[in-house]
Design a protein around this ligand. Structure first.
Ligand code: CMC
Length: 442
């Protein structure tokens, strides 16, 4: 709530300590705004008017750079200190001790499961990995060279037509079953999209395998009766899934919440998240890292490359972050698993370049003074490449685990009484009250 006083009135002593006193110099009016959790309510500004007809003051924040759009208890980031926690648990511990499915449970339900709850959850996800046979026909309808992310985007949205009851979003039980289906079917859709791109037959899920093991099977199984995933690859993939599961209000999560706020079904809302992740500024940076490393070509070329970056000719891809002003904790964890993957798949010559490039950048005042450290994308592309994935699959690999974060955020939004349909305001800059001129007189 705000209170209002005349200009010149002395609010010192009268104003609460958790308030902001603002004087509108257009009118001389002084207002006191409540500060809660380090924020003021944008709607409180609307009382600041120059006349009774005036709409009232708004905030202008085109990229939401300083606007909290929700209250959330899911993911905590402290960018200055390189901290990432899901429901309060440090990402390092989760990657060390947990599995992706347990982390998905944590994100969705807010607490770690008991053994019985975990068994039930893993069982529920596992038995929902199959997709309707029509999805296969549907996938076959895409062009032979269709981008797998475009296929994923289309097919996850299409799931809403297979489960029309999903639009009963007020029904908690109904929300839970769609949550299970989404987390369970995403790897199947992703693997089908990959096999389509490769011109290979689709592989059905193997419900005797773990979540990442089954994904590897659906991706790479050929004529063998049973695909046996290498445990080192299985674990590395599971860790990558944990690392990408959620990252609070990023572009795609915001898309899921904004679209979901219209009360559409969760498949359509998650399709919006996939669409946002498709963009190069969000899901595409690891591809850019790989291209950069290939272009550098050898360690000798690193000094020239870094000079070019410092001269402003280009950016060191995979470095820097809007939120992290310290080493991205996810990059550190990925780096540890690279060796396991290369042990199985053979070493990539690009790793040596990446390691040396990181070392030199970290010794260089340009990067140190700007707090530019490796981010999650610096090393993830190298692992995906070692797994035999084309770059077009990189955003798909991101979308699979992010589904649990998207759906957890969607579930939180659906029951948040403060959330209404997302509908920003605008500053209108166009013409007004023009008289229509028929086409033959223009
Ligand atoms: N290489 C060289 N200089 C850089 C870089 C970079 N990667 N990133 C930022 N800078 C410089 C920038 O030129 C500026 O310098 P100055 O103050 O002299 O003008 C300063 O650092 C601040 O940069 P900014 O553009 O204001 O920072 P931002 O927060 O707007 O950008 C970023 C963040 C991630 C877009 C940017 O760091 C970047 O383009 N990085 C490379 C692309 C990349 O790796 N993206 C993946 C991000 S992680 C994805 C995820 O978390 O999902």
């Amino acid at each position: 709530m705000t209170t209002q006083s005349q200009a010149g009135s002395d609010n010192r002593g009268g104003a609460g300590t958790d308030t902001l006193t603002v004087t509108d110099n257009r009118t001389g009016q002084t207002y006191e705004l409540d500060i809660t959790d380090g924020t003021v309510r944008a709607m409180d500004l609307r009382r600041m008017k120059v006349s009774d007809e005036d709409f009232g003051l708004m905030t202008y924040d085109p990229a939401f750079t300083n606007t909290a759009s929700c209250r959330s208890a899911i993911t905590y980031i402290d960018g200055d200190n390189g901290v990432l926690e899901y429901r309060g648990y440090p990402i390092e511990q989760l990657c060390q001790e947990s599995t992706y499915l347990e982390v998905a449970y944590l994100l969705v339900f807010g607490q770690l499961p008991t053994e019985t709850e975990l068994d039930q959850w893993v069982h529920d996800i596992t038995v929902h990995t199959f997709v309707h046979e029509n999805i296969k026909d549907f996938m076959n309808g895409f062009r032979h060279d269709a981008h797998p992310m475009g296929m994923l985007l289309g097919s996850v949205g299409a799931l809403s037509t297979f489960y029309p009851e999903a639009n009963r979003i007020k029904d908690a039980q109904n929300r839970e079953i769609q949550t299970i289906r989404l987390i369970a079917k995403m790897p199947t859709l992703a693997a089908f999209a990959f096999r389509h791109a490769m011109g290979q037959p689709y592989v059905y899920p193997d419900n005797d395998l773990s979540y990442p093991g089954n994904f590897l099977s659906m991706m790479y199984k050929m004529t063998e009766l049973r695909y046996e995933p290498d445990p080192r690859l299985e674990r590395a993939l599971d860790v990558l899934f944990i690392l990408h599961a959620d990252h609070e209000q990023n572009c795609s999560t915001n898309a899921v919440r904004a679209v979901g706020s219209s009360q559409v079904d969760p498949y359509s809302a998650v399709a919006a998240g996939v669409a946002a992740l498709y963009g190069p500024l969000h899901g595409g940076a690891n591809e850019a890292v790989l291209r950069m490393l290939r272009r550098i070509g050898s360690k000798q070329n690193i000094p020239d490359f870094l000079q070019g970056v410092k001269d402003g000719n280009e950016r060191l891809m995979g470095f820097g972050h809007r939120v992290y002003k310290n080493y991205d904790p996810r990059a550190r964890i990925i780096r540890k698993h690279i060796d396991d993957v290369f042990e199985v798949r053979g070493k990539s010559p690009l790793l040596e370049i990446a390691t040396e490039l990181e070392k030199r950048a970290m010794d260089d005042d340009y990067f140190v003074s700007r707090k530019l450290y490796p981010n999650v994308d610096y090393y993830s592309g190298l692992i995906y490449e070692a797994l035999g994935l084309p770059v077009s699959m990189f955003p798909v690999m991101f979308a699979i685990p992010r589904t649990s974060g998207w759906i957890a955020q969607w579930l939180e939004m659906v029951v948040d009484s403060e959330q209404r349909i997302a509908r920003p305001r605008q500053i209108y800059t166009g013409a007004r009250e023009q008289d229509y001129v028929p086409v033959d007189r223009r």
